[in-house]
Design a protein. Sequence first.
Length: 497
Amino acid sequence: MDLLSNLAGGFAQALTLTNLFYCFIGVTVGTFVGVLPGIGSMIAISLLLPLTFYLPPDAALVMLAGIYYGGEYGGSIASIMINLPGSASTAVTALDGYQMTKKGRAGQALFLTAIASFIGGSMGIVLLSIFSPLLADLSLRFGPADYFSVMVLGLIAATCITQGSILKSCGAVVVGVLLGTVGTDVNTGAQRFTFGNFNLYDGISIVIIAMGLFGLPEIIANIGKPQHGSINGKVRLRDMKPTRDDVRDSTGPVVRGGLLGSLLGALPATGPTIAAFLSYAVEKRVSRRPERFGTGTVEGVTGPEAANNAAAQTAFIPTLTLGIPGSATMALILGALMIHGIPPGPRLMTEHADLFWALVASFWIGNLLLLVLNIPMVGIWIRLLNIPYRFLFPAVVCLTCVGVYSLKLASFDVYLVLGVCLLGYAMRLLRIDAAPLLMGVILGPMIEEYFRRALLMSRGDLSVFLTEPISAGVILATILMVLWAAIKGRRLAEKLQ
């Protein structure tokens, strides 16, 4: 009954005209910046943060949160339509989503994405509402050794995503980890792989890696090729309706992705990106026909989309209840709380319960608004296919450069994304998937940080990774995954002989 009364009070506050207006503004801006290549929710929140100084705390947080999870909706649109991820968490969606577009199924892909995102987000909100205290307590139980083991599991899962050689995928992961170490060592302050260039002191942004690996190589590969077929006439809702097979194939991935994303999003230092990649790896492993992944299968779209949207909701758990931001975007929202004099942490749910539950209620409203906004506008996104490629690719390159330049207002980043683009195109020619490299960039610094922290706490005793129950369990799961991949690879080789 406490939960129902808390939600009732939250909806009463969230449904005021002021909060409704700012919720609508937030999800609309979030979708818009998510669609634009190179522009993400983090940039939008940082630009709009000064405006929240003059808003009530609940309206400010409702708007910023709407931008955050609205960006997850919008980011998938660019991934599916032009193979240019709007955010790192939607990079894996491009693997199958763009292939569906090339097959003339962009409408179904975007429709299924909207539905999967709504269901995944709703599952995340349910868990956020019911299990917030429990998940917050679980997060406190995780130590450095446990986080290290989870990150290793994520990297091993990344090698399972590849369509080609597992050895090539492992090599891509190693390159990604090396790229992730560029910059200043957080423990010693030493410069690593910067070659004396101050532009690299802060490392290489994930935005640069994502844009360079996925968007620009696709443009280079398509220059000079005949333009793909366009969709003529008005796109009707019945044209977007998925088939029964699509619905059947999507049900399991959406449920699994929503649960996985909800759990991972609640853990500090994880989030939508890791959830999406792990969801893709899980779906490929449980599929009876894993060879279809990467060729335009709906499971490769709906599972990760449900996972990243669920994680976007439960990512607020460590931020609000523990004061631990799991990402740079969450750090900005944490800053907005502190600007308004609200200390995040365990006392938030007791001293500012009305604000917490109003925010939770706004998540329901925002997700419903996103569903209403996105499905009728699917036809608008599909019309992007009618733009001649000779006009589209210069615009994409321009937006990418503007987005990358806006990160630090440094022209060096534009040259850097060009270098990553050449690397991505070379990997394309060698038939090496880029997704494992991106995972290496994301997880590499985390693995190093938690590995060193665990050894400091154990005074150099490596057995800490096996004596901690959670860490030992995750390592066992990692070993089983490697053995499973080896056995399936051997069986596949025997069939080909």
